[in-house]
Design a protein around this ligand. Structure first.
Ligand code: IMP
Length: 178
């Protein structure tokens, strides 16, 4: 919990997010057309709203699993050292995998998770990130599909938190300290 007062300025409306999720789901569906072995893996906790919207737009047989990696803790700085706090429940060897991330920032989290999951021998593995902050990147990685590129701002809402708060906002907003 933080005591520093702040306001949230809307950056991406709920309507724009919904329209973009629909577009992305169409591309994902075309990519994985005909599969009967897709597992959609959400990175906790920030992707929980995004993954629920994405899977409901997919007209494919899907399984859903979750993985939790440590990242920002309760602050605004990336820790760089990524640890797996909760692993997948299921096996992904020989399966098609779609990893769902909320934000690619420095890239450490996605890169670490991808190396781990690739080592388990999936048939295919792709990634989707709702947001991308390319100007912050320290590891050369890009998601296969990206919802929106955003500038170097700290954002919340639609599953994304600041010190565990604001995940329930239906839109993406930027934090402005007052
Ligand atoms: P990375 O390892 O630096 O790419 O960090 C990725 C993770 O940091 C994301 O999955 C988020 O959980 C968190 N993160 C990065 N930027 C923000 C932000 O603007 N607001 C809230 N969390 C963020």
């Amino acid at each position: 919990m933080t005591d520093r007062p702040y306001v949230i300025d809307e950056m991406i409306s709920a309507k724009s997010i919904a329209a973009r999720v629909e577009e992305l789901a169409r591309e994902i569906q075309a990519h994985f057309k005909g599969t009967d072995k897709l597992i959609v893996v959400g990175l906790l906790r920030g992707s929980f709203v995004f993954i629920s919207d994405v899977v409901r737009e997919l007209d494919l047989p899907v399984e859903v699993d979750f993985l939790e990696a440590s990242s920002y803790g309760d602050g605004m700085e990336s820790s760089r050292e990524v640890r797996i706090l909760k692993d997948l429940r299921g096996e992904i060897s020989g399966r098609d995998v779609l990893v769902v991330e909320d934000i690619v920032d420095t890239g450490f989290t996605l890169s670490h998770v991808m190396n781990l999951l690739k080592s388990r021998g999936p048939a295919r593995i792709e990634t989707i990130a709702l947001l991308d902050k390319p100007s912050r990147r320290e590891v050369d990685i890009r998601a296969t599909w990206t919802g929106f590129e955003i500038p170097d701002e700290f954002v919340v809402g639609y599953g994304i938190d600041y010190a565990q708060r604001n995940r329930n906002l239906p839109y993406i907003g930027k934090v402005r300290f007052t």
